[in-house]
Write a protein that binds this ligand. Sequence first.
Ligand code: AMP
Length: 417
Amino acid sequence: MPFNALGLAPSLAQAAAELGFTAPTPIQTEAMPIVLSGADLLATAQTGSGKTAAFALPLLQHWLTHPPAAGSRPLQTLVLVPTRELAAQVGEVLRSLAQPLAQRPKIVVAFGGVSINPQMMSLRGGADIVVATPGRLLDLMDNNALKLGGVRHLVLDEADRLLDLGFADELGRILAHMPNQRQTLFFSATFAPAVEALAHQMLRDPQRVDVPAMASDVAVIKQRVFEVDDKRRAQLLRQLIKDNGWERVLVFVASQYAAEHLAAKLHKGDVFATSFHGGLSQGARKQTLQEFKEKRWDVLVTTDLAARGIHIDQLPVVVNFDLPRSAIDYTHRIGRTGRAGESGLAISFVTAASAAHWRLIEKRQGLSLPREHLAGFEPAEDAPAAVHDPEGTGGIKGKRPSKKDKLRAAATQKTDS
Ligand code: AMP
């Protein structure tokens, strides 16, 4: 089906074609007519499925059909994203799609970690579309650099992340400045039930689109599990990199310190590795990511900062050196590979201490993967007796029993005895 059969203006279909998008992806086919109709939308679509263009193209069309009156430029469209890198990436997609248009909207990208002054300058005289992280948007509002009273379209990209507790306060303040009469669009690869309930409070009669993982998406990610002793993980990783000649590997660890530490250790072992995490300056973050994209590093050791939305072309291998905290984070992490039809490999290291946690992730993912051992790295450790996991959750996030669950369990015990 061509783009214009979905109601997209020929100029925008042409703009998409210039980026090599000849036919819409499934999320684009489903979501674009809804976004064009002006309805609210809650869309789940896997990373790499083309969801940015699924909202970018119809929102550009809204702007083309409702251009600002001469002399005024109230902000019409606000796209909120959880990370600086994603802001830059979404801004780039919007700009590339708008580039060939005869009439182009003014698009401003704003995120923290860099000086606010250039962003304030670019907002002078208003903007049509702003892509921002919540904290910097609030700073700009506090500086009277922009107002949200004219916003007609609000997008939350990686919405479940923006709706979780870390952003709740900032999001509430932003929404309070926005008109109620607006179109709201939520896009994410995953929505936990509690987050979805919260999302529904913010949407008006939303349409729902769930695009299953594309065949060219998750299905092509081969998932493997290696059992290994905790202390030998770095050596195992080095060995796997050397044996397989991997040149582009994204390695996830649990903390900024671990990212630095592991990158340094690999570097000493003659692996071109560097780290990428939220403790770096914005300049360093940008440069490191760029260098990795340009293939100047073989290995990027990172935290969950890089798990969301970031697109890196030709990333064949993702390694969970430390397991993710939740099954949802697992989906986001492995989704960095196998994008846009390429094949991908996701490897998880499981130690005696993390085995119970892994079983839960597997269960939630509906997986049952064979445990592999690399010769010379067979695990010798037993599960530490000191691991205190009375709830049997494997420490998995969000699965602690509630007060109600505990009362219920106590009542059952009483009746059992
Ligand atoms: P996203 O899910 O928005 O991060 O997009 C993932 C990748 O798919 C990006 O590299 C896009 O350029 C590409 N893409 C998006 N839409 C299409 C399309 N209709 N045809 C081909 N590639 C696309």
